[in-house]
Design a protein around this ligand. Structure first.
Ligand code: FMN
Length: 312
């Protein structure tokens, strides 16, 4: 699969997930075969007013290349300035977030709120496309609510504004992350535009992958929560052989993040990941609870080793 001139190894993409898709996790997913990794969403304005917050989110690893950066905002001039920011120059693809449902973002007129303001969304997108030679992609939802499903119109607007590829999450803003993703609406989007469409929402098995391509004609899929604690999901979906050991995965996750993030690395921010690595294992409930009371690296690793030696 190609996004503009950027060639990907395959069409299964790791979704951007704020607080989760740190460089350590993205690198693991890439090693297990993710066709593309994307940073979590980065505020265009935050690049100028909260540099310390934005900088760690922009750290990438060599193995990730090509890699995409996701930005969000509602002011076209800041979105353009963000694309031209020196820290973004190493990225191969610019992704614009027009799907985030969280109140802090939505109530600011950003993320999925832009699905309710097509003229502004169009201005942001076309200004961004003009500001870079890199492919610009947009990620959005089915619509804001069931009463205002407009992803087909939105997709056409993206195509007309020069966007290279779009990702459609088959849920409305009002659904946040609950309910089932609507794949039939993705099929309608695919039929309405000529640019590649990536399907997103509840896709995390080989069957899901094959079925959604057959059902919708989409060019690829994006995997979010299905990858948490399971970076090997990409190999599984691709039908490739793979092995893993949860404790080794955890150590590698920490090692990569620590090496690349340096002083910005905070082990406690990875505790939520560790909890995912334990998910589904029998008899580890008490360990998962205790995990959040620990801050010391040795204690955390000892606890994880004990939990994982119970059952894997
Ligand atoms: C914790 C969390 C954080 C997320 N952060 C982002 C983000 O930064 N940018 C974005 O476009 N989507 C974000 N999403 C949405 C996912 O990229 C994806 O669209 C959604 O989870 C649906 O896919 P799934 O059913 O495979 O999880 C986030 C989702 C979760 C659960």
């Amino acid at each position: 699969m190609k996004i503009g001139k950027v060639k990907l190894d395959n069409n299964i993409i790791l979704a951007p997930m704020a607080g989760y898709t740190d460089v350590g996790f993205r690198t693991l997913c890439k090693k297990y075969g993710a066709g593309l990794t994307v940073t979590e969403m980065i505020s265009a304005k935050g690049l100028f007013f909260n540099e310390a917050g934005a900088k760690p989110l922009l750290i990438t690893s060599e193995i990730e290349k090509p890699v995409s950066v996701q930005i969000f905002g509602s002011e076209p001039e800041y979105m353009v300035k963000a694309i031209q920011h020196p820290w973004l120059q190493k990225f191969d693809i610019i992704d614009i977030n027009m799907g985030c449902p969280v109140p802090k973002v939505y109530c600011n007129g950003e993320g999925s709120a832009l699905m309710g303001n097509l003229p502004l969304a169009e201005k942001i997108i076309s200004d961004c496309v003009k500001a870079t030679k890199k492919p610009v992609t947009v990620k959005f939802r089915k619509g804001i609510s069931e009463d205002s499903v407009n992803c087909v119109e939105f997709a056409k607007m993206c195509e007309g504004s020069g966007v290279t590829t779009i990702t459609v999450h088959g849920r409305t803003r009002d659904q946040f992350y609950s309910g089932k993703a609507d794949l039939s609406i993705i099929e309608k989007v695919v039929k309405a535009v000529k640019i590649p469409v990536i399907a997103n929402g509840d896709l995390c098995t080989k069957e899901d992958y094959e079925n959604v391509i057959k059902q919708t004609g989409c060019a690829g899929v994006m995997v979010g929560r299905g990858s948490l604690g399971r970076p090997w999901i990409f190999a599984k979906m691709l039908g490739k052989e793979y092995t893993y050991d949860n404790f080794e995965l955890i150590k590698e996750h920490i090692g990569t993040a620590e090496k690349l993030m340096g002083e910005d690395f905070k082990l406690i921010e990875l505790r939520k990941h560790f909890s995912w690595y334990l998910k589904g294992l029998r008899g580890v409930g008490e360990y998962r609870e205790k995990l959040y009371s620990l801050t010391n690296a040795d204690e955390i690793l000892t606890l994880l080793k004990q939990a994982l030696s119970k059952k894997d």
